[in-house]
Design a protein around this ligand. Structure first.
Ligand SMILES: *Cc1c(COP(=O)(O)O)cnc(C)c1O
Length: 427
């Protein structure tokens, strides 16, 4: 069965887009929920495939997908089936016992990546925390570094816990939260000279670089792909020194790039990598994978109550198998190329507004010119009015991360909305 047929057969009320609106009051919401997010003035209550509906019954084409998360779109029948099956069977037990679904998901990841072992948690930040802890224990016990330093990149994003906002090379996420976690140092992305300088300058007394943590493609930092020569040289440096090479695949991994893992675009394999966003297709799950050094953690040294429970792992395994069975990576490559070509054609029409179009597979960015007042948020607001959901990646980049099952017609609809948004702001 093709994706289209599967989505059409979704167990969604056929009247999705015609149901009367449920009352929704943003003011009473704001009185109850902390104001940690800047929200667009709409409330979503239903979805099917790449479409979502708000509480007023308005239909949107979803090119945000929970920010690169809902890989199979909304209400995909395979997910509906997996969620139902797993909640009826067993949804949560402690890691005090063997969890077969966790073992099956780990085996699938190992068979489809360079990983040898997996640790499960619930989010991207938590997966990166696990990688940071593994790197520190590896530094103390294998490299014999008393004060290990982890290099990360400027404009990176690794999460919102204290250690991961420290790893994140963007001061705006760190403001007000100091003292930050010691042991991090930032270098410009895709600049090998800066890494070499940092490694030699930070080798002093008890201090030494123990690990390098990078995204294969920077997502939040503006959809910036990694440079192949840079990553190959990093791999060589790490092989020579024993420095751990860690990739944050939370956004770009699990098929979003058109290959299963972002590192496949770079011709190098990491020692450790993390996954979350797309892994469960929208069900919360995170994972840290290790290629060697699999026995760094001993029982009791790291844990998560919810991590790897039967529900999350059972559903994530179904998401993984569906990606494989439905040949979804081919769709990601084809639709990604269509989207980039369309965006480049729009960029050619508005050279004073658009500076660049870039990305891999179905993670793409449209960068606006720096010297104009137009922001990514302006384009996103206009696109929402046109019925297409988009998300900024920084102030000047509009990000396109639709479900991986997006169709040719849906990509065209999104392109028309962007063209119209630019025509509107141009007028
Ligand atoms: C979103 C993201 C994270 C954080 O994931 P959470 O699930 O929000 O904790 C970490 N790294 C990258 C690259 C991300 O895109």
């Amino acid at each position: 069965m093709s994706i289209e047929t599967l989505v059409d057969a979704a167990t969604i009320p056929p009247q999705s887009n015609t149901l009367p609106s449920s009352p929704f009051d943003p003011n009473s919401f704001n009185e109850a929920v902390m104001s940690t997010y800047g929200r667009f003035p709409l409330a979503l209550e239903r979805g099917a495939g790449c479409k979502v509906w708000d509480t007023e019954g308005r239909e949107y084409l979803d090119f945000v997908a929970g920010i690169a998360t809902c890989t199979l779109g909304h209400a995909h029948p395979a997910m509906v089936e997996a969620v139902t099956r797993q909640i009826q069977k067993l949804h949560h037990v402690s890691n005090l016992y063997y969890i077969p679904e966790q073992g099956e998901l780990a085996k699938w990841i190992i068979q489809h990546s360079c990983a040898d072992r997996v640790f499960f948690c619930n989010s991207g930040a938590e997966a990166n925390e696990a990688a940071i802890k593994l790197a520190r224990k590896y530094a103390h016990t294998v490299l014999e570094i008393e004060r290990p330093i982890i290099l990360t990149a400027n404009a990176s994003f690794h999460g919102r816990t204290l250690a991961t906002i420290t790893a994140t090379g963007q001061p705006k996420y760190q403001k007000y939260f100091d003292p930050l976690v010691p042991g991090f140092h930032y270098v410009p992305y895709n600049d090998i000279g800066a890494v070499e300088t940092a490694i030699s300058e930070l080798d002093e007394g008890d201090y030494r670089v123990a690990a390098i943590l990078l995204e294969p493609l920077q997502g939040e930092g503006g959809v910036r792909p990694g440079d192949i020569a840079y990553f190959k040289k990093l791999r060589q440096i790490c092989d020579e020194t024993g420095i751990l090479l860690i990739f944050d695949e939370v956004q770009v991994g699990m098929g979003r790039s058109g290959k299963l893992w972002g590192y496949e675009h770079l011709g190098v394999e990491p020692d450790v990598f993390t996954s979350a966003k797309g892994l469960g297709g929208g069900i919360p799950i995170g994972a840290m994978m290790s290629k060697k050094f699999c026995d760094v953690f001993q029982p009791g040294e790291h844990a998560s109550t919810f991590g790897g429970n039967p529900f999350a792992c059972g559903v994530a395994l179904t998401v993984c198998q569906t990606i494989e069975k439905e040949n979804i990576l081919q769709n990601v490559q084809d639709r990604g190329e269509q989207l980039r070509n369309g965006l480049k054609a729009i960029a050619a029409k508005y050279p004073n507004h658009i500076a660049d179009v870039r990305g891999w597979g179905l993670i793409n960015g449209l960068e606006l010119q720096a010297d104009i007042t137009l922001t990514a948020a302006d384009i996103v607001k206009t696109a929402i009015a046109e019925g297409v959901l988009l998300v900024p990646a920084g102030p000047k980049v509009v990000r396109f991360v639709p479900p991986l099952i997006v169709t040719e017609a849906e990509v065209n609809t999104a392109l028309q909305a962007v063209d119209k948004a630019l025509a509107t702001v141009n007028a």
